[in-house]
Write a protein that binds this ligand. Structure first.
Ligand code: C2E
Ligand code: CA
Ligand code: CA
Length: 745
């Protein structure tokens, strides 16, 4: 929430309290934005506005971090009635325990001042405290009403922060309200109130200001009592109930120097301050607030903290653990079907899903948890105060369940789902970066294990990660050293008797592991940038081999990454020229993934390829979200019905209906319809009856070395008799017996 954060437990959060706090926040931010806009108006200098933004962002971040730290202090407070030493990083000038209802200090904190020192600050902080007091969540309200707190109640903290100025001295103020802080009983019960706020004030000294300045990438920053007010210089004042302060810095940009002939170019922009902001006005805030959010380390779309801020918070929590013990859990979350939604329903719909996902996650979490968006469809959660692994597993389950429910986007309902990787600090790692890596490895596992699940990190994943890296290196070597082999699987006429084409399928002849199937290295190749040389190798080999195969078509699988590469069309053209293959005999099998990211680009490439005479097939038809859309838009020659439908054709009526419709649809659009994965005579008969054009499957032949295809071609393309995939007419079970790679025998 920008300068102020408010963290709410879902059971006790109330719209009203949120409103109040966001009002304070928004008003502060609006004030800052207005001042900024004003300054900009005077100067009309883009560079300077940039500076102002960076400054605002850095100042807000600093404040947020300070507030988090104060919160850590509050959480640690009850121990032995002793306040722990404050971390050095953000030195507070004053820390007070304040009675929220009375806006007076119950006590000062040791060396951080006496209760009496609070007095001059009271009017400046009035508004902020009012926001906390108006919090209508049961835990706080009950406590205020009867002076007692249900010991079992959730620790419900709310925090806010603002820059204030007292007698021309600026302060960063953080306030944390505590419902069930087990404070020293005597202190806490003074004046009959058990709800207190911890108020931390830090003077805007040079250390603090330098940190902001260096984060903002601007020159020396100062706080001045009065803006310089020179003619032509911007200055800004935000009046408050007694305080005013100005951030001022020397703009050191060439453009500024030009403009600022007067010498020094001072751009003032001011901050002030919550206490003085009256409860009025509502409209027009949203825009400014969201702007400020982005500036303050938040993701603009979802309003959640971004990666940068999240990392800072993680570091702070880990430091806290280092000093005080305890544990935290870190979750990496990836949405399962986001890309498909984006693609099928448009980016706007995708954005709405992101916003809804963010909201659902927040509703699922506790007040003390932090959820961030890392960009795209990646999120992260930090769960502090973890008592047992079970706590964290429960959280993961809740998040999964929440994201499994459908989302409404316009007239459509979509299902998203998520995969989660989880790691524990300090058990898995003490260092934030390492811990994030652990969670990432766990997420990788969750995704490869079929998504829609959570996986807890364990050290074996590091070894497996190493293994993948080794495999990657070996694969690199394999591509350059002829360890890849291309097999061909026959595509046959609908009666199963004639060879009409082949599909090139790559294998890796590994010196130790033997023939490795593509399922074990294609995705690795894709993620490690090896798919380009690999794909090129297969394409070249297939074009070369094709010349030995009479007049039949040769189909080559093209990975989306490969297809999207800007030289792809050129590569194909070169390959055809190099091998002298008739383009009409080459067929490229594409999947929907090909057009996911840039449909226009894909369309252009497809038009070029077709102009060359190359044929295009849509592979794995029916598995994606939006095949129909693609079919209408893109000029395919062929569709290949995915094997998964064939597998269940006999067992589920639904599959049969889908296959039925797809065949008819394909025919109606004038496309060749190929069914792959034919294993049984029943499947064969079924597709024959539906009117499919071509068949492919183990029943007719597994993928085999090129010599065997040559033999069929030489025999007038007559296929050898079908091989029973399930001998003895045994009832077909879900999957065929794991066959050795065809032709390897
Ligand atoms: P795909 O394009 O769907 O290829 C068909 C896969 O189904 C092949 O597996 C084939 O052996 C298998 N198959 C064919 N008939 C049957 C059947 O009756 N029953 C069963 N259970 N399976 C059958 P393979 O060779 O393991 O290839 C797997 C995937 O790897 C391919 O799926 C394709 O996506 C990818 N792939 C293979 N070669 C290449 C390549 O050169 N480049 C790229 N980018 N991907 C490739
Ligand atoms: Ca294929
Ligand atoms: Ca396929």
């Amino acid at each position: 929430m920008g300068l102020a954060t408010s963290r709410q437990h879902k059971d006790v959060a109330s719209p009203k309290s949120l409103m109040t706090i966001s009002l304070v926040t928004s008003l502060t931010l609006v004030a800052m934005v207005l001042v900024l806009a004003w300054g900009r108006g005077n100067h009309n200098d883009a560079a300077e506005t940039e500076d102002g933004r960076s400054l605002q962002s850095a100042a807000a971040r600093e404040l947020l971090l300070q507030t988090r730290e104060l919160e850590g202090l509050a959480a640690a407070a009850p121990r032995n009635g002793q306040w722990p030493t404050l971390p050095d990083a953000r030195k507070f000038t004053h820390v007070f325990v304040v009675d929220i209802a009375k806006n007076s200090a119950v006590s000062g904190l040791k060396e951080f001042g006496q209760a009496a020192d609070y007095k001059p600050f009271a009017p400046l902080l009035k508004g902020l405290l009012a926001a906390l007091r108006d919090d209508s969540r049961p835990a706080l309200r009950g406590a205020l009403a009867d002076g007692g707190v249900d010991a079992a109640s959730e620790q419900a903290t709310t925090n806010v922060g603002a820059y204030i100025a007292l007698e021309n001295v600026g302060y960063a103020a953080s306030i944390v309200a505590i419902a069930d802080l087990g404070l020293d009983a005597a202190a806490a019960r003074v004046n009959g109130a058990r709800v207190v706020a911890l108020v931390g004030l830090r003077r805007l000294d040079s250390e603090f200001l330098n940190r902001i300045a260096s984060n903002a990438g601007i020159g020396a920053l100062g706080v001045v009592a009065q803006p310089s007010g020179d003619a032509g210089l911007a200055s800004a004042i935000v009046e408050g109930s007694g305080g005013r302060a100005f951030f001022e810095w020397r703009a050191d940009r060439p453009g500024d120097r030009l403009v600022g002939q007067i010498g020094t170019m001072l751009v003032s922009f001011a901050a002030l301050f919550a206490g003085l902001l009256a409860w009025r006005t509502t409209t027009g805030l949203v825009d400014s607030e969201s702007k400020a959010k982005r500036l303050a380390g938040h993701d603009l779309l979802s309003g959640l903290p971004n990666r940068l801020l999240f990392t800072d918070i993680l570091e702070i929590e880990l430091e806290k653990i280092e000093e005080q013990g305890g544990a935290l859990a870190l979750f990496y979350i990836d949405l399962d079907r986001f890309k498909e939604i984006n693609d099928s329903f448009g980016h706007e719909a995708g954005d709405r899903v992101i916003v809804a996902v963010a909201r659902r996650m927040q509703e699922t979490l506790r007040a003390t948890d932090t959820v961030a968006r890392f960009g795209g469809d990646e999120f992260a959660i930090l769960q502090p105060n973890v008592k047992s692994l079970y706590d964290s597993e429960q959280l993961a389950r809740r998040v999964l369940a929440a994201l499994r429910e459908p989302f409404d986007i316009g007239d459509n309902q979509v299902r998203v789902g998520a995969s989660i990787g989880m790691a524990l600090g300090p058990a898995d790692a003490r260092d934030g970066e390492v811990l994030m890596h652990c969670a990432d490895l766990a997420l990788y596992r969750a995704k490869t294990a079929g998504r829609n699940r959570f996986v807890v990190f364990n050290q074996t994943m590091v070894a497996q990660h190493e293994q993948r890296r080794t495999t990657e290196q070996e694969l690199r070597f394999a591509i350059d050293n002829d360890q890849l082999v291309v097999y061909y699987q026959p595509i046959v006429s609908i009666d199963g008797r004639k060879l009409v084409g082949v599909e090139a399928l790559v294998r890796w002849n590994h010196p130790v592991r033997g023939m490795v199937p593509p399922s074990e290295f294609i995705s690795l190749a894709e993620s490690r940038g090896l798919i380009l040389p690999l794909g090129e190798y297969v394409l070249r080999q297939a074009c070369k081999d094709a010349r030995l195969l009479g007049g039949i078509r040769v189909a080559v699988n093209v990975s989306a990454i490969q297809f999207r590469h800007r030289n792809f069309v050129q590569t194909v053209e070169n390959m055809l020229a190099e091998t002298g293959l008739d383009p009409a005999r080459l067929e490229l099998e594409l999947t929907e993934g090909v057009v996911v990211d840039d449909a226009d680009e894909a369309e252009n490439a497809m038009i070029d390829l077709r102009a060359m005479g190359v044929r295009l097939a849509l592979d794995d038809f029916g598995t994606g979200y939006s095949s129909l859309i693609y079919l209408r838009r893109f000029a395919f020659d062929k569709i290949k019905i995915d094997r998964s439908f064939l597998e269940s054709v006999e067992s589920t009526g639904e599959s049969a209906i889908i296959v039925h419709s797809v065949v008819h649809l394909g025919r109606a659009l004038g496309l060749t319809v190929t069914a792959e994965g034919i294993e049984t005579p029943e499947q064969h008969r079924f597709l024959q009856a539906l009117g499919a054009h071509e068949l492919q499957g183990y029943m007719f032949s597994r993928p085999v070395p090129v010599q065997q295809i040559i033999a069929i071609c030489e025999n007038n393309y007559v296929m050898p008799p079908p091989i029973p995939v399930y001998p003895d007419d045994e009832v077909k079970t879900a999957a065929p017996s794991p066959a050795p790679l065809a032709g390897a025998a």
